[in-house]
Design a protein around this ligand. Sequence first.
Ligand code: G3H
Length: 487
Amino acid sequence: GQLKPWNGPRQAVVSPIHLRGPDGALTPVEIGSVPQGGIAEAQEALEAAVAAYDSGRGAWPTMPVVERIACMKSFVAQMVARRREIVELIMWEIAKTLPDSEKEFDRTVEYIRASIDALRDLDNDNSRFRVVEGTIGQIRRTPLGVVLCMGPYNYPLNETFATLIPALIMGNTMVFKPPRFGVLLFQPLLEAFRSAFPPGVINMVYGKGSEIVPHLLESGKVTALTLIGSSKVADHLKKLHPKVNRLRAILGLDAKNAAIVLPDADIELAVKECLLGALSFNGQRCTALKMLIVHRSIADRFLERFVEELDKLKFGMPWDKGVSITPLPDLAKTAYMTECVEDAKAKGARVVNAGGGESSATFFHPAVVYPVAEGMKLYREEQFGPIVPVMPFDDIETALDYVITSDHGQQVSIFSASPELVGTLVDPLVNQVCRVNINCQCQRGPDVFPFTGRKDSAEGTLSVTDALRSFSIRSMIATKKTESNEA
Ligand code: G3H
């Protein structure tokens, strides 16, 4: 794969951060370049991954777990040594604030360490024997094969590694394509990949996803696909595999998490959590609150306090102290935000905060849009950006119906001071989504908790232990009990 030196054409990488040039105009900043790979390089990467999986004893998939763990520890040590460089690349490539870029890095290191610990507890070490009805079974966790891994731009390191690391450590071999925004940050890791893992085990491919990825899947040689991204893209990609029904897919997809704010809610708490939930990293989290459903009797008070708190958020560059709102990845994203807001306005909603919806280059001033109703784009589309749609409700059934009739099923938040009332809502809701958050925003972590979704929101479960299971199969070696092996 492309861990080799590259002498071919290169593709410029442009930051979402626009800086003022000598003429005073805001212009995008070029921050580096990556190899412009194509189908030939992708094919080479695939062949390397297949060969590394199929080769004999002592190779990665058959390597004793303790040795795989040693490789992973060597990798993580080298990764930690490059922390500063990687954090700065995250910040420049996706305009994530410096503290959040640091959190992303540190959380990823923690995740790798936790995966190593969890691996020791899984039944993977040849020591699990069971004797049942005269058959001795040695149960092992074995890898799946070649895994094609793609991460998202909003957590380019963390969410790529949330699938890549467990797949790798379980003995799979990998072809991995970094996201378009968040590609340079893997460069400081190339040497670590090379020195920590045997050749062919991890193969990074660059280039146009729309060319390379279909080629890889159509080959039929990819055993598992892991993608954190859009449901539509995942559906399209899966169908390209000649044995689609046998392709294992571990997917984190679209979500439209709602917060239901009941009339007896602690408004200050609800505002604080909803603001964080809706706007941290400019709303670019799959777990973000993308619809606030607020009881009509408290809607005015809630909106007033929400806007007051929003107005305190600092806009700026990701390295500015105390900044919350930073540039979006590109102009197409700001254009889509504007389209969503204009659509809602044309259909009867208004932007309730001053300046909401205004944009300059890749900056977009968060817009609180009220009242959002069926028929508007914001009602069902996952805006994945700094827009806060707010919908009033009179009857709790309306709020529940919104969640139940959604195509998405990741999480929901409920805000209420009444444990009894919350109790009546939890059971129906937890059968519709995979996590119900009481008096707090939606989120993925802590990473030992299961992370998944129903309907179009996910396939398979991530979290430290669940991910190790997702990327492996329980296999066994069996023999009949005889007098000689009885001991
Ligand atoms: O973008 C989707 C991520 O899984 C969100 O993770 O809730 O930790 O920000 P987070």
